[in-house]
Design a protein around this ligand. Structure first.
Ligand code: FES
Length: 195
């Protein structure tokens, strides 16, 4: 009986010793690499999620440069009259025989601000003399191309909408009445030529 008790005590002692060994055993190389890999993956997924949220959020508030501007229909100029300038949006709204367009107010030469000269019926740049027609088309001077345009969507009272084509030509009105104008100053269209 005594020997059975002794064997039992010894067995428990051995079990306790092994359990202690198991508890304090350092992680193997494989386990260590697994932990590192898991931590890296979690970090990477966290960064990817944060980047996704960052890009999904709008960068610019509506009505601030870089964002979208609403423009009241009754402010759209009459055909071939002086442009309407919106300094905070850095654009001119123009209306020519071809239709309505929105021109980026910055000169395509070295970035000065051409001004509308009603006497000459054209934009003239104060820095090096480049000139542009009401449509933004290059007329003279060192500028390499016509004025850039901002992507614009016009919604008409009949529910239809229209935008510029890929080179930013004016949006024809075709006798329709404008209900609203949305100007995206975050998307500039390079007209790409002097014409
Ligand atoms: S910046 Fe306009 S002509 Fe040079």
């Amino acid at each position: 009986m005594a020997s059975a008790v002794t064997a039992d005590v010894q067995a428990r002692a051995i079990a306790t010793e092994r359990a202690a060994e198991i508890e304090i055993a350092p992680p193997s190389r494989r386990e260590f690499l697994y932990y590192i890999w898991t931590a890296s993956l979690v970090l990477l997924l966290g960064q990817a999620g944060a980047a996704l949220i960052w890009f999904a959020l709008p960068r610019f508030k509506e009505g601030t440069f870089g964002g979208t501007f609403g423009f009241a229909p009754d402010r759209v100029p009459q055909p071939n009259s002086a442009p309407v300038t919106v300094p905070e949006g850095r654009f001119h709204v123009v209306h020519s025989d071809a239709g309505v367009n929105v021109l980026y107010a910055v000169c395509t030469h070295l970035g000065c601000l051409p001004r509308w000269n009603p006497a000459e019926n054209r934009f003239q740049c104060p820095c090096h003399g480049s000139q542009f027609a009401l449509t933004g088309t290059y007329l003279a001077g060192p500028a390499p191309r016509s004025l850039d345009r901002f992507a614009t969507t016009i919604t008409f009272t009949d529910g239809s909408t229209a935008t510029q084509n890929e080179v930013g030509d004016a949006i024809p009105l075709d006798g329709k009445t404008i209900a609203s104008v949305a100007i995206n100053t975050g998307r500039r269209i390079n007209h790409g030529s002097k014409t």
